[in-house]
Design a protein around this ligand. Structure first.
Ligand SMILES: [Zn+2]
Ligand SMILES: [Zn+2]
Length: 138
């Protein structure tokens, strides 16, 4: 394994360290991610293995029901407002972080883009990425 993935919010109140390789790295162009990111899509690294995630600081949480009916919990810093991570009621072992929250965001290497059905004309993503109009099958 390469070195741990570390990161946190903009003000430093929330920090994480993940000693695992991401299971998935993807952009998502759904409406929810547009609201959350403030632009055309969100960029995410998803890890399996909550036991390998060290978290410091206390995030505020907000639950949202996804299109598929699953509840996802968005965690953001109560101080600076940065979105930091997401967890999923139906997949409690998964831990997803926002690419921009990494100490080294250059480690993000997206493989696919999902929810292209909601893509905005001005939001150009890498045309070489595998595309799914909605949620890909897992
Ligand atoms: Zn913060
Ligand atoms: Zn999304």
């Amino acid at each position: 394994m390469s070195k741990a993935y570390t990161g946190g919010c903009a003000c430093g109140a929330i920090r994480y360290e993940i000693s695992a390789e991401p299971l998935e790295m993807n952009d998502c162009q759904c409406r929810d991610c547009q609201h959350m990111s403030g632009t055309g899509h969100g960029s995410y690294l998803t890890f399996a293995g909550r036991s390998r995630v060290k978290l410091e600081g206390k995030a505020n949480h907000w639950d949202i029901v996804a299109d598929n009916g699953n509840v996802k919990t968005r965690a953001f810093c109560p101080n600076c407002g940065s979105p930091v991570y997401m967890t999923f009621a139906a997949a409690p072992d998964f831990f997803t972080v926002h690419a921009g929250s990494l100490d080294d965001p250059g480690r993000y290497d997206p493989k696919k883009v999902i929810y292209t059905v909601r893509a905005l004309a001005w939001d150009n993503v890498d045309p070489a990425l595998q595309k799914f109009d909605r949620m890909p099958p897992r």
